[in-house]
Design a protein around this ligand. Structure first.
Ligand code: NAP
Ligand code: ZN
Length: 346
């Protein structure tokens, strides 16, 4: 067993510096020095819901970039010194229909999450990348394309892929109309990706505060969700609505934006939702979701982002400021993703 240093949740709903255990290198493992890790709203949910000693140890962090420091004896695709990116899936069964289809994110045995998951080989709880070192199975690491800034690229591995996969699966491209609801970490990447895919892209936000940013990100229009006149005028007009809102909410107003035979993809808040059947019935609308991505889609996203020069809009903080990052994220005070610089951890 080896150790690294990281940020662990305690009972006061804050993170404190701690020694983090890491497994010994397996034959198909890469040891990665974590340089940058994005702060996802899911991390905030996990920390706020953690009950201290009563729960398994929690070290968040599931979108990171870094450099390979060691490779196991069976590793063939990576070498020491390679720049890599890792998202929120670090293992899967590899044999079920989903895995065989390249959708390891939907593995029938449930994929092993980068933190809070169960290691398939030793049964331990995985500990995330708010830490200086991570051990990852080669299969779930990706080469970071040379042109991508490693700090700005980190959020592509959760926020980016989570919106990319449904947008690709729903076939958006030139001629599509896409609405992105909630301009946060997921939302701002959805806008950049949708625009780069050639879709006419509209942001739906709670106020006008982010309107100038939306335009800078490439959005063609901006709707205020609280403005009934604007929402009414946009009714039945989007082939795809990507909903990234982080709290429970009524889907009705967003389903009403969907065009005939279009889809609302609810990728933000993950929990029970209530839907009025008539909001689906009128216009034969579909409700879908998605989360993270399979290996082929993740590799394709990185390649697309390198080609289109897409990274997240980030505010980089030393990892010692992780609690400030979480507090500000909770207050919606980030444009549009915090990224922790882990180099302050010896
Ligand atoms: P974020 O950066 O905090 O963005 C969330 C956005 O939701 C905010 O920017 C805000 O947009 C909107 N919002 C926040 N509070 C709201 C409220 N009370 N009412 C209406 N809108 C509100 O979060 P994120 O990292 O993008 O994550 C978004 C959600 O996706 C989280 O719940 C996260 O857990 C989830 N998530 C899911 C997956 C998955 O696998 N499906 C992956 C990653 C994250 P405006 O200011 O523009 O209104
Ligand atoms: Zn995430």
């Amino acid at each position: 067993m080896r150790t690294t240093v990281g940020w662990q949740a305690d009972s006061a709903m804050t993170l404190r510096r701690a020694t983090v255990p890491r497994r010994d290198l397996r034959p198909d493992d890469l040891a990665v020095r974590v340089d940058y890790c994005g702060v996802c709203h899911s991390d905030l949910h996990a920390v706020r819901e953690h009950h201290g000693a009563a729960d398994p140890v929690l070290v968040p962090g599931h979108e990171f970039t870094g450099v390979v420091t060691e490779v196991g004896s069976d590793v063939s695709g990576f070498g020491v010194g390679d720049s890599v990116a890792v998202g929120n899936i670090v293992d899967s069964c590899g044999a079920c229909a989903m895995c065989r289809a390249g959708q390891e994110n939907f593995c029938r045995e449930f994929p092993t999450l980068t933190y809070g998951g169960t290691d398939r080989r030793d049964g331990s709880t995985t500990l995330g990348a708010y830490s200086r070192g991570y051990l990852v199975r080669e299969r779930f690491a990706y080469h970071l394309p040379a042109g991508l800034d490693p700090a700005g690229a980190a959020p592509l591995l959760c926020a980016g892929i989570t919106v990319w996969e449904p947008m690709r699966a729903l076939g958006i491209g030139p001629g599509s109309r896409v609405a992105v609801v909630g301009l946060g970490g997921l939302g701002h990447l959805a806008v950049k990706l949708s625009v780069a895919l050639g879709a006419e892209t509209v942001v739906v936000s709670r106020s006008r505060d982010k309107a100038a940013d939306a335009r800078r990100l490439g959005a063609h229009e901006f709707l205020v969700s609280a403005n009934e006149t604007e929402m009414d005028a946009a009714r039945d007009s989007f082939d795809v609505v990507i909903d990234t809102i982080s709290v429970p909410h009524d889907l009705g107003p967003y389903l009403r934006l969907v065009a005939l035979d279009g889809t609302l993809s609810q990728v933000g808040y993950l929990g029970p939702v209530t839907v009025q059947t008539t909001d689906l019935l009128i216009g034969r609308k579909k409700l879908g979701s998605g989360g993270s991505g399979g290996r082929p889609a993740t590799a394709a996203l990185l390649e697309f982002c390198a080609r289109h020069d897409i990274t997240a809009d980030i505010e980089v903080l030393p990892s010692a400021q992780v609690n400030e990052a979480l507090d500000r994220l909770e207050r919606n005070d980030v444009r549009y993703r915090f990224v922790l610089d882990l180099s302050d951890l010896a």
